[in-house]
Structure formats: C-alpha cells, structure tokens
Design a protein around this ligand. Structure first.
Ligand code: 13P
Length: 340
C-alpha cells in the first residue's frame, strides 16, 4: 500500500470547488432511468449517454472524478477513444463501482447485505490496469420502527471494511458508502440516530481491519426527515443535524465527505450541501458525489435523441456548476433562476 498516493488521490477528489459524478448505475438501474425517457437500454445508447456527460464543455472545472460501471470502464466513445481516456485527458480521475449489489440478508426480513468480496482482489488489480484510481461500495439500511437490525449494521460494516482494505492493498482509494435510506415516515431525529449507529460501526470495523482513514473517503446520506414524514425538516435543520452527526462519528483523519443525493430533488441536494459547506470549523471538506441530482435534467433533456445532446450537456454542466458553488457555500437560489 502506497499511502502517499492514496491520500493524494483522495485529496484531489475533494479539491476546493469540485465533486464527483456517480455514473456507475448498474444494468438494472440504468434501464430504469432509460425507461423513464422511453429509451431502450442498449450498449450503444448507454455509451452515447455517458459519452455525452463526459464530454460536456467545462465540466472538468467542477468534476474531480467519475465513478464508472464495469461496462463503461471498458467502453470506447463513438470515435474509438476509450471513455476513460476522455476523462483522463481532462484531468478527471476515473473510479469504479466494485460491489455487485445489495442482496437480501438471510434471516432478516426487509434488510440487505452488499455482496462482491469474492474475487475482489483480482478484479481490483484489473481495474487498476484499466485506469481506476478509486472505487465505491454501497451498503443500504432501511429505517422502520424495528430496522435496521444490529446484525445488518454489523455485517455491512464488516464487508465495507474488507472491501476498503483490499482497495488500499491495490493502491485504489476506497469510497465507503453506507446509505441510510430515507423512504418512510420517520423523523429527522430517527435518521440522526440510525446514521450515527451505522457510522460508529463502520469506523470501528475500518479500524479493526487496519484501513488507513487518510486514504479513504466517506459517501454518506444526509440526515433528513423520512420522505413520507408529514413534517419535513428545513434546510438549516438538515445541515445542522447532518454536521452534528458527523462531528460525533467521523474521525478528522478522513480527507473528505462526498454526499450521495439519495432521491432528493436536484435543488434540495444543492441547497443542503451549500448550507453545510458554509458552516465554520468543519474538520473535512464536504462535497457531492451525486448521480440523480447531477444527471436528472440532462437525462430528461437528452431523451435518447442525438439532436438533444448539446442542450443536455448544458443542463448537466449547469447542475455541476451549481453544486461546485454549493460545496464552497457560495450557491444562492437566484443563480438557478438566472440560468433558466
Ligand atoms: P444518488 O446521488 O442518485 O443517490 O446516487 C449516488 C450513488 O452513487 C448511489 O450509490
């Protein structure tokens, strides 16, 4: 393990005014996204869509790294250039999703454990050869009166730590992503408690398994009210609860926190990030690692039509710009209106 390289990569991913594009939708997820715009999920459509995102003018100013899916890291653009090279030539760091998904957790109704450890050492070596310098593994936790169980928190922390250790051995920065899902009608206090429990277990497992925290990044959920809750916390309440949660659980050795958007509206994801990044005395840079909240307007503008590529690229560059401002606490709602 070369910790100097790992921490330099982690720091580059959270450089001021930049964040990550998650473009690592699995085959099932990208099909769902394409279904929503009545576009068939073929290999060439997936390539065209991602090539459109990666070649949007000016995005290297806002995007530090892109998380790719297995198919995409091997794919070439229409002109035969590897998509990875298109990113590298702009100074954007290629990353790779390496988990193979959240699968039902045995003997635990309604819960999942993320799989993908078998053969991971060999897959990481191959991905390193294909250009990946960081990786992602996502665990998910549902909230109900009884969930998540202690068992679910424990097994997912253990798997996240095993993944992270293997990544570091391969000189790949592990992004650890424990996502507490916000479906349900729970309060923000309950989100706070569950997120705290999940992060406590995660950092304990990382410590036990000798993972160097200065060569990792955390990709967490924000602490929100359940999407179905009748009373929704304000932007200020979300920012305060999320930062308070991390101050109590995330060691300051972690080089940065890169949020997932988790189904929030595009503008909420930006507003929440902005309110947090504007706070004083934070121990880590805070930025975005969004999929939906960066891509939604571009996807809906593109609709699978070559003629819409330019407009879709503008829509994507706009969201990237707004979030790049937000991670510096410099975003204002008027900036959205001005651009519209
Ligand atoms: P969302 O921003 O759409 O939640 O996706 C982030 C991600 O990479 C999930 O693993």
């Amino acid at each position: 393990m070369d910790i100097a390289t790992l921490s330099a990569t982690a720091e580059a991913l959270v450089a001021p005014g930049k964040g990550i594009l998650a473009a690592d939708e699995s085959s099932g997820t990208i099909k769902k996204r394409f279904d929503s715009i009545s576009t068939e999920s073929t290999e060439s459509n997936r390539r065209d869509y991602r090539e459109m995102l990666f070649t949007a003018k000016g995005i290297a100013e806002y995007i530090s790294g892109v998380i790719l899916f297995d198919e995409t890291i091997r794919q070439t653009a229409a002109d035969g250039t590897l998509l990875v090279k298109l990113l590298e030539d702009q100074g954007i760091i290629p990353g790779i999703k390496v988990d193979i998904g959240a699968k039902p957790l045995a003997l635990s109704e309604g819960e999942t454990v993320t799989e993908g450890l078998d053969g991971l050492r060999e897959r990481l070596a191959e991905y390193r050869g294909l250009g990946a310098r960081f990786a992602k593994w996502r665990a998910t936790y549902s909230i109900s009166d009884a969930l998540p169980s202690a068992d679910c928190i424990d097994v997912n922390a253990h798997a996240l730590a095993r993944y992270a250790a293997l990544c570091q051995e391969a000189d790949i920065v592990p992004i650890v992503e424990p996502e507490v899902l916000m479906d349900g009608d729970h309060t923000i206090e309950r989100s706070f408690q569950v997120t705290s429990d999940v992060l406590d277990a995660l950092y304990e497992a990382l410590y036990v398994q000798r993972v160097r925290l200065d060569g990792t990044l955390l990709k967490p959920n924000m602490v929100l009210s359940g999407y179905g809750a009748s009373q929704q916390a304000t932007v200020e309440e979300v920012a305060e609860a999320t930062v308070r949660c991390f101050r109590a659980t995330v060691p300051s050795a972690v080089p940065g926190i890169v949020f997932l958007s988790g189904g929030q509206s595009d503008e909420s994801a930006t507003a929440h990030l902005n309110a947090m990044a504007a706070m004083k005395g934070l121990a880590w840079p805070l930025t975005f690692s969004y999929s939906r909240a960066l891509q939604n307007p571009a996807l809906n503008t593109w609709r699978g039509q070559a003629g819409n590529v330019g407009a879709a690229q503008k829509a994507f560059a706009h969201r990237a710009h707004m979030n790049a401002l937000a991670c510096q606490g410099k975003w204002r709602p008027e900036l959205e209106r001005q651009a519209a």
